[in-house]
Design a protein around this ligand. Structure first.
Ligand code: XMP
Length: 511
């Protein structure tokens, strides 16, 4: 395992992603993780991340002693570099000019991490302290205008440090630098591929699971991949539960059931829509809607699980589609709180209530890796590429109170939008697209009649991760066509508008 020690940089997860993309298995560990836990990972190299601290801060995080004692190759990035220099007897100074953004790197020695790279290229800087004196046995291998020690190494080829961030895309040849570290310095050959990973997970599940296992299946990518992995590992032990909240997209429940049937997986279907509509009756506040839906979901799932336990007796496990970012997030939260808090759960709070052992086969994977695994094990394209869908479903896309009728109107309009996006081959070009039903009536004219009906807003965004998003510049002819179809075909709608705000300042959803 390539161990990435986290000193708190916003880019730490990116370092790990690059390591895995380059074919080495890596894990992220807080810098103060106990030594025994790190040893268990069988480290083959260390990468020290950047971080917000200054070496001179009180309680500045330190590189743990075991890193120096290990004799393994070490790459320090930004704060990581400064910590190496500081702890090995060099000197880091507070710098009067902060260096932030692109800088030109001048390579002085094309060795180790800089092997086969051009003499000059652009790198991404983000720091204020800088190295002034190198520890004994170190040499400088690249400089920039503001950082005379932009890249350094120990002459025994074991320690490397860079002041810039090779993990971000703004650094040219950043990936090559990390690749050189893994192959040239640490002598690792790529052995992490999704094919092996899927097989390993399946075998691991087969070894571990010795009783019935339930799973909350939503039809989204993560829970679908978990379902298929379990099906391949322990086909006769899996009981997927699909809770129909009545707040799903048009025909979604039926489609999910059919698709999984096609894969040979029988789903335990629960229609709880009445119950959801009744707890939402008259509720307008978005957070209140979310809260009620969340609680109701847990209640329904709990009751169903208990019922199934009566029936099947030996249900032992609850599988969940928790991903690596969730795991990291809850680890960070745990440390910040300074106490052991509950781990992250996709279906908020479920496990505390349930007498099952949790199984999380995706807990070491990122979203795109989950997609690759899904593809590898034969999950159909349309599940793999399905747009994200919020847990509270259409309830947060109906502004104001939710009723069976308003759900129906929204479902129809949304289905037309999605159908046309697919027809025009635009569906896979956007991160997410959907319709929103507004609590506004406007005047229109249809034929010889004056109408007074609802407004539908269309929302489509491009995004990398949902954290920021840009409104999608969909073609006018397309929008024109969709608007016409919605007004003509969806009873109760006489006007369609298109949302042209990005996130921030708006969010993707309207509630
Ligand atoms: P926002 O609206 O915050 O959405 O820009 C970012 C992404 O998160 C999804 N989303 C949710 N997902 N429960 C969920 O499971 C929620 O309450 C929720 N709210 C927003 C949203 O669809 C988008 O992909």
């Amino acid at each position: 395992t390539v161990v990435v020690l986290d000193f708190g940089s916003q880019y730490t997860q990116l370092i790990l992603r690059r390591v895995r993309e380059l074919g080495s298995y890596g894990e992220l560990v807080p810098y103060d993780e106990p030594k025994e836990n790190v040893e268990k990972l069988n480290p083959v190299a260390f990468i020290l991340s950047g971080g917000p601290s200054s070496i001179y801060d009180e309680n500045a995080p330190k590189i743990p002693e075991y890193v120096f004692e290990s004799n393994l190759p070490v790459l320090g990035i930004c704060y990581g570099l400064q910590a190496i220099v500081h702890q090995l007897g060099g000197k880091v100074e507070k710098s009067s000019h902060r260096e932030f953004g692109p800088a030109e790197l001048k390579v002085l020695k094309q060795v180790g991490i800089l092997k086969n790279l051009p003499e000059k290229f652009t790198v991404w800087m983000s720091h204020s302290d800088r190295v002034e004196v190198l520890p004994n046995g170190f040499e400088v291998i690249a400089e920039s205008e503001n950082s005379p020690y932009a890249a350094i190494r120990s002459v025994d080829n074991r320690f490397y440090g860079v002041q810039f961030h090779p993990e971000v895309v703004h650094t040219q040849f950043g990936k090559e630098i990390l690749k050189n570290f893994l192959s040239e310095v640490a002598n690792l050959s790529p052995n992490w591929a999704m094919k092996n990973v899927a097989q390993e997970i399946i075998e691991d599940l087969r070894r571990k699971i010795d009783g019935k296992v339930i799973l909350g299946l939503s039809g989204g990518v993560d829970s679908s991949v978990v379902a298929l992995l379990l099906h391949k590992a322990v086909p006769d032990k899996l009981i997927p539960i699909f809770v129909d909240t009545g707040l799903l997209r048009k025909n979604e429940a039926q489609e999910v059931l059919k698709q999984f049937e096609g894969l040979g997986i029988k789903i335990h279907y629960v229609d709880a829509s009445e119950r959801f509509y009744s707890v939402l009756d008259g509720i307008e506040d978005p957070e209140e809607k979310r809260k009620r839906i969340g609680h109701t979901f847990i209640d329904v799932f709990y009751e169903e699980a208990m019922r199934l336990k009566e029936e099947h007796g030996d249900i032992k496990y609850l599988a969940q589609g928790t991903l690596y970012p969730d795991v990291i997030e809850s680890k960070v939260a745990e440390r910040k709180a300074g106490a052991k808090i509950k781990t992250h759960h996709n279906v908020g709070g479920l496990p505390e209530k349930l007498p099952f052992t949790i199984v999380e086969p995706l807990r070491y994977l990122f979203k795109d890796e989950v997609r690759m695994i899904g593809k590898e094990i034969g999950l159909p394209e349309n599940i793999l590429n399905r747009h994200p869908f919020p847990g509270p479903g259409l309830a947060v896309r109906i502004i104001g109170p939710v009723t069976r009728d308003s759900v129906k109107i929204l479902q129809e309009a949304d289905a037309i939008f999605i159908e046309e996006l697919k027809k025009w081959e635009l569906y896979n070009k956007v991160w997410q697209a959907f319709a929103v039903l507004l609590p506004v009536k406007t005047v229109g004219v249809m034929g010889d009649y004056r109408t007074y009906e609802n407004v539908i807003a269309l929302r489509a965004v491009t995004s990398e991760d949902g954290m920021t998003a840009d409104w999608a510049k969909l073609p006018y002819e397309f929008l024109n066509h969709v608007a016409k179809r919605i007004v003509n075909e969806v009873k109760g709608v006489n006007r369609v508008v298109y949302d042209i705000t990005s996130k921030p300042p708006a969010t993707i959803e309207w509630e």
